[in-house]
Design a protein around this ligand. Sequence first.
Ligand code: SF4
Ligand code: ZN
Ligand code: ZN
Length: 310
Amino acid sequence: MPAMKCSLCGELAVINMRRHKLRLCAPHFLDWFPKQVLLSVQKLEMFTPRDRLLVAVSGGKDSLALWDVLLRLGYQADGLYIHLGIPDNGYSDDSLRHVQAFAATRPDAHLHVVDVAATYGESVPQVGRRRHRAQKMCSVCGLIKRHLMNQIAFDGGYAVIATGHNLDDEAATLLGNALHWETDYMARQSPVMPATHPKMTRKVKPLARMYERESAAYALVRGIDYIEDECPYSVDAKSILYKRLFNDIEERSLGAKAQFYLQFLQAKRDGRMTFPVVDPVHLLRECDRCGQPTSAPGLCAFCRLWSHPS
Ligand code: SF4
Ligand code: ZN
Ligand code: ZN
């Protein structure tokens, strides 16, 4: 097979993006990718250069690629790593090492690290096992991560929390929600989630238009050393199955993944798909212990995790 050539300069291409009819060499791809991210940021008015951003980093390819891109674009972007205390194959320690190594080469970027077990007395797997009957591991983990992100963002005066979700993640989530007609989740699913309370921080997903293989290629070509292992609890996750299905569909129907997700967003914007308002601000009050907004009486769901063993 003849070597694949860059559509722009004719040099050896490192990636073929069929949906864009574009093959790019390493320098052109490293130029193209941040420009695409910037287009999303500007089109959806995610944030401005004046805003301080908190990037949730896991040590994986997407979040580190996002942090790198935001810094290269000149944004004031700090990182937040939440040490979940997952011991399998040294998963959490290893992820932290990758994040620290990344941050060490970007002295302007500050890294916040929160160790869940050291701060609250139990790691995520320990809380998850204790509450096994009440909640699944990933829902406990998600609750803890959301709370800590919001807390650190509020305490640090950050305007925005940015996460590394890519288009494959979003399409898989949407498919899961649509299969069960989880309309509340569908109503909330968006690359921009405005703050619904003065103590909440706006959340954005600047990579939501990028395919997973594009952000993986960016991390690779850019030489970012990320953790390749997946979280051991993600192995059975339905989202992996949905992503595989989508990749099969994409093989036969180019751009299907992007159409499915981006047309959903467009339909919401056009008012062709409407949902009841979720979590209206007047239902939110401040938790008696941590002060974070919650719709529950007394303690918020996070504080209840540590107060009512079940
Ligand atoms: Fe947490 Fe792992 Fe589940 Fe992700 S897959 S929510 S990191 S336990
Ligand atoms: Zn080129
Ligand atoms: Zn609380």
